[in-house]
Design a protein around this ligand. Structure first.
Ligand code: G3H
Ligand code: 13P
Ligand code: ZN
Length: 328
């Protein structure tokens, strides 16, 4: 067992308190490889933003959970070095399990130094969701690890669970769920969804707005409680167009407007999850590079520009969308 505090991570308690009071959301960016991690840390140090590093099931399958945790630990040291070199303050970093699907997995992450875990029982019957979430909370809180639960189902793919329609969070359930489970934050479904194809919209029409009415009702039921939005990529058009211009085929990819996310970040939404936008940026820049430099084969040559563009994108998200940037 290693406690996260020995590795330099923090839990989400203080992060969410400040985010709630300050009217912003903490970015939760997924990482699977070194370049993504370098970009997230660099952007968050440069903008002086707190950050939640997310490890998903897909990431664990791809890169190995042990390696990812050590990379997270390395990221803490990298962030300190970077901040010192720029005369900036150190930033709080949380290492979070994204979409944990069992008690055993959450326990293994807690025992291995994660400072926050999500137990996603959203696809289970209500009482089973309560039971598994409470089991994780009881264990996690012994070590001061934060726990995120979820109520409601996002359309699209939620790990192994796929749903073709949103099941919005029922405001009538939230107070009972929070009370019975003891969770530290709650992911809700108000119209966001995972991936690059979030909405089916006729050409020229706008996707449906997020259900701010449900969010407001939830805020009334659990005042001051930190809310989480998953599936919050905007599927940035600039990069979708670049991918398509350089041989890709992403038709009808569409995301959540950044204006709506900015509005959400000012409310009780304290954590906003973004993965797909990072994937699009990397793919766009790599496609562009190969189209313009067909004889290059050194991965540093194409991963480097992709990483630089990722830094720019994350910095802009922190400043203009999440409002989490505290530049000096
Ligand atoms: O919530 C989904 C995240 O984007 C992670 O997806 O399991 O493919 O890494 P992944
Ligand atoms: P996006 O697919 O919209 O980036 O959502 C990511 C997410 O919710 C990770 O848990
Ligand atoms: Zn998610």
């Amino acid at each position: 067992m290693v406690h996260y505090s020995e590795l330099g991570f923090v839990n989400t308690k203080d992060m969410f308190k400040k985010a709630f009071e300050g009217g912003y959301a903490v970015p939760a960016y997924n990482f699977n490889n070194m370049e993504q991690l370098q970009a997230i840390i660099t952007a968050c140090v440069n903008t002086q933003s707190p950050v939640i590093l997310q490890v998903s099931k897909g990431a664990r399958n791809y890169a190995n959970q042990t390696l990812l945790r050590w990379m997270g630990q390395g990221a803490v040291e990298f962030a300190k070095e970077l901040a010192a070199s720029k005369n900036l303050k150190e930033i709080p970093i949380c290492l979070h399990l994204d979409h944990g699907d069992s008690f055993e997995l959450c326990k293994s992450c807690i025992d291995f130094g994660f400072s926050s875990v999500m137990i996603d029982g959203s696809h289970l019957p209500y009482e089973e969701n309560v039971a598994i979430t409470k089991q994780v909370v009881d264990y996690a809180h012994k070590y001061d690890v934060s726990v995120e639960g979820e109520l409601g189902v996002l359309a699209g793919i939620e790990e192994d669970v796929s749903s073709d329609r949103h099941i919005y969070t029922n405001p009538d359930d939230v107070e009972d769920f929070v009370k019975k489970t003891g969770v530290d934050s709650l992911a809700i479904a108000i119209g966001t969804s995972h991936g690059a194809y979030k909405f089916k919209v006729e050409k020229g029409k706008e996707p449906p707005p997020l259900r701010f009415d449900i969010l407001e009702e939830i805020e009334k039921r659990i005042p001051g409680f930190p809310i989480v939005l998953h599936g919050a990529s905007s599927v940035l058009k600039e990069y979708v167009d670049m991918i398509n211009a350089y041989g890709g085929k992403l038709e009808d990819a569409i995301g959540v407007s950044e204006d709506q996310l900015r509005k959400a970040a000012k409310s009780a939404v304290c954590k906003i999850n973004i993965d797909t936008d990072g994937r699009l940026v990397m793919t766009a820049k790599i496609r562009e590079f190969f189209a313009k430099n067909p004889s290059e084969f050194d991965p540093r040559k194409y991963l480097g520009p992709a990483r630089d563009e990722l830094i720019k994108m994350y910095e802009r998200k922190n400043k203009e969308v999440l409002g989490s940037a505290f530049e000096v």
